[in-house]
Design a protein around this ligand. Structure first.
Ligand SMILES: [Zn+2]
Length: 328
């Protein structure tokens, strides 16, 4: 890194975290810039749209990096790198998309990024930036205005800002008034700390909330609020859940790690991280069979530059991004 910037950003003003903020791309040495970075890559608000009565704002905890091979499973690099550029360490640039739904009565948050409780080494490996509270501040959304927090699953890159450390080092809820929801099976799997996926589960992201009763554990599909439903789409984990947003005839779906980015639409383009790759293919078929004909707005969890899109099929029936339609 080239020199430290003083900690004068919003995160320090609102008392969250103590490490220096990520430097904007323009201030870093060109060699440190990822080939996928664009002029807007450092923006903390990634997109905004409407779904019926809901105002939908996509915020980010900051982009991060994962090994491109791990992110594309059995797909050879010459194919995936055409869609997702890799840096010298073979890492691709990914988003940490938090979706905020507001209808004037309720504020609902889907997913909470990576957070600021990683060790320095972990932060360095992933290039984690811990910017979500700053993104909320920029969007003018108070953390204590949030009524409901939904975690699609409890991997650390989806639940990191569920909690934070207060001045005394105690782990407390980042959204103090919110009721949190996730699947019971996620907590049970996290507690197993298995060789295969134990590293993805960090107890501080959920155990303190379970202990205080602030987190409700679900057993399968559920309606969380009027028009807001969760549904299991297993494969990445056995109980990863999507969030449906249905209002005034419009339908959006946060499909989480079943389809992490718009570069992962093809049935076999799963992740090396998926615990059940065959199930991922079947669940993607089931998802596309509804999402494409019903013209759902698909919200991507890890796509930094395309946080949402509608889908279509190409002339061979393969799922693709739908070209933007003229307004009607
Ligand atoms: Zn993920």
């Amino acid at each position: 890194m080239t020199g430290e910037r003083p900690v004068t950003d919003l995160r320090s003003e609102i008392g969250l975290g103590s490490h220096a903020p990520a430097q904007p791309a323009a201030e870093r040495h060109p060699a440190e810039r990822h080939p996928a970075e664009r002029p807007d890559t450092s923006n903390l608000m990634r997109g905004r749209t409407r779904v019926g009565a809901w105002d939908v704002t996509v915020l980010t905890d900051g982009f991060f990096f994962l090994d491109g091979g791990a992110m594309f499973g059995v797909i050879p690099k010459p194919l995936w790198e055409k869609r997702s550029a890799a840096d010298a360490k073979n890492r691709i640039l990914l988003g940490t998309n938090t979706v905020v739904l507001r209808d004037g009565k309720q504020t609902i948050v889907i997913e909470t990024g990576i957070g600021d409780k990683l060790t320095e080494k972990q932060r360095d490996i992933y290039g984690a930036k811990a910017l979500l509270p700053q993104a909320f501040a920029e969007a003018g959304i108070a953390l204590d205005s949030v009524d409901i927090v939904l975690n699609s699953h409890l991997h650390f890159d989806h639940s990191g800002w569920n909690t934070r450390r207060d001045a005394g080092g105690r782990v407390v809820a980042t959204f103090p008034r919110a009721r949190y929801f996730t699947q019971r099976g996620e907590v049970e799997d996290g507690r197993k700390q298995r060789e295969r996926d134990g590293v993805s589960y960090m107890a501080d992201n959920y155990e303190p909330l379970i202990a205080t009763g602030q987190m409700t554990l679900l057993d399968g599909a559920a309606e969380i609020a009027p028009g807001i439903r969760v549904e299991l789409f297993p494969g990445h984990t056995p109980q990863v859940q999507a969030v449906h947003i249905e209002s005034e005839g419009a339908h959006a779906c946060y499909i989480s790690d079943l389809i992490p980015t718009s570069a992962h639409l093809d049935l076999t383009w799963g992740m090396g991280y998926d615990l059940d790759p065959l199930r991922v293919i079947e669940e993607r078929k089931r998802f596309y069979a509804r999402a494409i004909p019903e013209n759902w707005l698909v919200l991507f969890t890890h796509d930094h530059h395309t946080p949402f899109a509608r889908l279509a099929r190409d002339d061979r029936g393969r799922p693709i991004l739908r070209k933007p339609q003229p307004p009607d």
